[in-house]
Write a protein that binds this ligand. Structure first.
Ligand code: B12
Length: 253
């Protein structure tokens, strides 16, 4: 069989920035100008954090800060959530879009003089001794895109710090990420301590290494999350009053 000698397109598929520029260039030839909110949406999708401030300021001349957040920044990030679920966007694009959205939200909140009202609080963390926080970062981005307030405890978080955060912020859901088989046992200790302190809430755990559905459902409150994209719907379910056992049944069979 003759090998394919045509290599000119091999890098095109993943070059989303180029695709986006092409899309914008085509759009600019049409007669209809994009609304300022549409520009906000497109800027978030493209993860253009150098231009988002100007774009948001422009939108704020025509819309209230809350409209810019809900109809621009969050709409853009919802689209990014879809692109992530469909495996069209990868980590860098998703995280860049999330940062872009955050910059925009801060500008709008500064104009309002207060934070905008979120649906509910979710506490997220990466296990004690563990630096594998990319899964958690995606979870944070998608939850924020769905209007939840994320208390991001970061990586390598001691068990006690997680419990203190649960007591302080009263989240509707707690999440844990671990990349190492060695560190995931911290989830079990958190579960035992939650029970000990009479704190009952869904504790969604995901990650690599030995973090499997069997492991996570072996301890109280544990629900296994195979993909960060599940986090927003899990939080919606918790907000609607579903118990951790109901969530476990729904997501882990
Ligand atoms: C990147 C990486 C690193 C980076 C981490 C950078 C960072 N900021 O995260 C660095 C270089 C720091 C690193 C270090 C180490 N690493 Co490493 N690392 C990886 C690697 C290549 C990718 C992991 C990753 O980020 N995947 C992408 C993210 C998105 O996946 P994820 O976290 O699993 O999240 C997905 C799901 O699990 C889920 N999810 C996760 N959390 C949650 C939460 C909720 C609520 C939900 C719903 C879903 C969900 O959603 C995500 C997908 O959408 C893996 C190998 C591999 N291919 O997996 C090894 C790997 C995890 N590392 C490994 C090891 C051994 C190490 C080191 C010990 C190496 C060393 N000798 O120093 C150190 C340990 C450092 C430490 N203390 O943590 C081993 C672990 C083996 C094991 N079974 O324990 C692996 C599997 C490599 C291997 N095959 O040996 N590593």
């Amino acid at each position: 069989m003759k090998p394919n000698q045509e290599f000119s397109n091999i890098f095109v598929r993943y070059d989303l920035n180029a695709l986006h520029k092409d899309f914008k260039a085509k759009g600019s030839k049409t007669k209809l100008p994009r609304s300022s909110l549409q520009v906000v949406i497109d800027t978030v999708i493209a993860g253009e954090n150098e231009t988002i401030s100007d774009v948001v300021q422009q939108a704020l001349t025509q819309h209230t800060p809350l409209e810019v957040i809900r109809e621009g920044l969050i709409r853009g990030m919802e689209e990014v959530g879809y692109l992530w679920r469909e495996r069209i966007y990868y980590l860098p694009q998703t995280l860049a879009a999330s940062d872009t959205m955050q910059i925009g939200i801060e500008i709008c909140e500064a104009k309002m003089g207060h934070s905008y009202k979120k649906k509910a609080v979710v506490v997220t963390h990466t296990a004690d001794g563990d630096l594998h926080d990319l899964g958690q970062k995606i979870v944070n981005a998608l939850l924020r895109a769905s209007g939840f307030e994320v208390i991001d405890l970061g990586k390598d978080v001691p068990v006690e710090e997680v419990l203190v955060a649960v007591e302080k912020y009263h989240p509707i859901m707690l999440t844990g990420t671990a990349g190492l088989t060695l560190t995931m046992n911290a989830f079990e200790r958190i579960s035992q301590e939650l029970s000990h302190r009479g704190l009952e809430l869904p504790f969604v755990c995901g990650g690599g290494g030995g973090v499997t559905a069997d492991f996570v459902t072996s301890f109280q409150f544990g629900i296994y999350g195979a993909d960060a994209a599940q986090a927003p719907q899990m939080a919606e379910d918790a907000l609607a009053g579903k118990s951790w056992l109901e969530l476990r049944k729904k997501y882990n069979g």
